[in-house]
Design a protein around this ligand. Sequence first.
Ligand code: G4P
Length: 530
Amino acid sequence: CKKFFGMGFIEEIKRRRTFAIISHPDAGKTTLTEKLLLFGGAIQVAGAVKSNKITKTATSDWMEIERQRGISVATSVMGFEYKDVKINILDTPGHQDFAEDTFRTLTAVDSVVVVIDAAKGVEPQTEKLVKVCRMRHTPIMVFINKLDRPGQDPFDLLDEIEKKLHLRVTPLSWPIGNGPGFRGVYNIFDRSLYLFEPNKQRVEQGIAFDDLSNPFLVQYIGDATQQLRDDLDLVSGVYPEFEVDDYLSGKICPVFFGSALNNFGVRELLDCFIRIAPTPIGRDAEERHVDPAEEAFTGFVFKIHANMDPNHRDRIAFVRVVSGRFERNKPYHHVRLDRKLKFANPTAFMAQKKSVVDEMYPGDIVGLYDAGNFKIGDTLTEGEILHYKGIPSFSPELFRYVENADPMKSKQLAKGLEQLTDEGVAQLFTGRATGRKIIGTVGALQFEVIQYRLLHEYGASCRYEPITLHKTAWITSDNKPMLEDFKARKASFLALDKEGRDVFLADSPYALQTAMEKYPDIRFHFTSEF
Ligand code: G4P
């Protein structure tokens, strides 16, 4: 029977909000994050957040990217307090070659805020990331940014969001003009008018306007008054009334308009966020569902960050606390290794500061220094055998053979490949017939990153050779004879992944398609969770 803590513990859970901001590069994620931190008093000056601005560097400059990844440890999690709510923002790399990092981070949050550039509308990276959120029914809030610049018509933008992101939306604020004619927003959620003054970072107080037919409205927004009234008539006719439960179940996304750079509309977003965003929710393990209020601590590793400083070879494993209270120096059970581990320096991330903490609550992210015990997806408990689900690897898109270039260092190479792939940098397969190692990634950059890190962190040299490979698919079947037949015929197109599972190496879309047609009882999986 599960035990639950008393009220103080429940209060701690209820006051936490753990979320990620996602966007296409340049839409304004960093700027918005920074403004939110300013509200929380977590930072004092603008320009303090050096986020994962990988995207700004030339893609060939991968050493610079790694350096920035080093910096980004500090911004991996940004915790701060606002109105007695403990907010944890999880950073996500903008660069598409690191999309898998972002997918994994999304498993550790309870909701997301999507930032969209009002001029550019919905961009490809946003589409990809929102798709992952939709699969998980993650509650989504949308912030349409850069209203101070000429942008698209708000109705068109909402249409585009519904069509391209397959989300149902309802605006909770409404812009009055845009670009040079941008006057402000009407906040439908709290029924107030917020007036925009360019280049003023000051946060304006809202002017209550319960009734838009109030003639005094003209005094504030002049000739834009009629347009606003017409727009809002249409809004209330077209979009559903906002219901918190629909948002929490992922059925509807509230939309806000503003300008992050001008700190306009950000406070309203934050105030609404802390009222409606979900408190930490439980997670499904293979064995059972785990509720955050359970007394026994459980958590899972969703990210591993290697220290780029060669003098400190340790890594930080980021653990999402799912249930119970995590305590310093208490022995926890590492389920995969079946070992007890104690952590003397668990780290909390408060904005840009790291500090050793004594206890953490559900929704919090704790950083554990690790000498190689952890792998993405690992579960920690107080002894129960649990395996958290929902941290899939996706079938990679780019492949190369990896060969040892220094025969004296084959052990180092094996260890390096093992650890780097545990971190989730890439996936490793071993050809069944040849025994050759194949690396699969989602971005071209990872190949260079791996080569560089093998040399600098493990003293191993590797060389890549091309492989004609379109896609890999994990294969399973209840029809044993058919599976055996397939494996016998396709022997040279089979590999094992790191867990020893069968993988089909399809060298072309045609090969994949014919295999699927010829072997109807075999299931071809494109994510590792099946
Ligand atoms: P990202 O993290 O999503 O990649 O975007 P980021 O916040 O870095 O913003 C990208 C660019 O857009 C930045 O300009 C930023 O100043 C600008 N920006 C963000 N919000 C607004 C807004 O509300 N209005 C306007 N007009 N611009 C906005 P940059 O010149 O590329 O970078 P920087 O040198 O100013 O940092």
